[in-house]
Design a protein around this ligand. Structure first.
Ligand SMILES: [Zn+2]
Length: 214
């Protein structure tokens, strides 16, 4: 299964990754104080956070989210894409648009697309404490990957085994990106549409990061 292949990450590495993400977010919010900052990553169970299949999922989902944003007419000011992080692929995008609107589109992507269920999209802006939540917008709570109950309830009570969660991720992967043709189309869409519009800020990312290998 896809979540059995790869290098398990220590808790320390995952916590360092969280700090890195927070620094990147803060840096973008400082640079674009009037804009909405979006942090995009995978939401996968277990200690393995990246491998070829997960990177393919990320590229494909990112392309779909970007298409949805474009359909909404969002104005993107900055993209940072990190495909090769050991703790999982991540991306940050800055939109000029209202953060509530951006969050609503992100929630619809997470809920409506089979691929979206494997993503975590956080939406924030300068001067606001924390991230905008689904509850803030009166939108439904996130559903569990395995069953249809709210994800938080299943996580809290550990309703599902690690194996069940892995199998659920596998199903999503096969549902959405299971055919080579679809994967190729997803990857081509992302490299064609997004790479050209992305840019790197010298102060962010960190020098060890790959950028734009899509
Ligand atoms: Zn569940």
């Amino acid at each position: 299964m896809i979540l059995d292949s790869g290098q398990p990450q220590s808790l320390e590495a995952i916590l360092e990754g969280r700090q890195w993400r927070e620094d990147a977010q803060r840096s973008l919010m400082d640079e674009f104080p009037e804009s909405t900052v979006v942090a995009i990553k995978l939401n996968t169970p277990g200690a393995i956070k990246t491998n070829a299949a997960l990177r393919a999922i990320f590229r494909a989902g990112l392309a779909e989210f970007a298409d949805r944003a474009q359909d909404e007419g969002f104005c993107d000011e900055r993209w940072h894409v990190y495909i090769s992080r050991a703790t999982g692929p991540e991306a940050f995008v800055v939109y000029k648009d209202d953060w509530r609107w951006v969050k609503a589109v992100a929630v619809r992507f997470e809920d409506a697309s089979a691929m979206g269920r494997l993503f975590d999209i956080d939406v924030m802006r300068h001067g606001q404490v924390g991230q905008l939540s689904r509850t803030d917008l009166g939108m439904p709570q996130r559903r569990c990957l395995v069953c249809s109950r709210p994800a938080k309830e299943c996580a809290r009570s550990q309703t599902h085994s690690a194996q069940e969660l892995k199998e659920a991720v596998e199903r999503r992967y096969l549902d959405y990106c299971g055919t080579a043709a679809r994967r190729l189309r997803c990857a081509a869409k992302l490299s064609g549409d997004r790479a050209g519009r992305a840019s790197v800020d010298g102060a962010n990312p960190a020098p060890t990061e790959e950028f734009g290998h899509v």
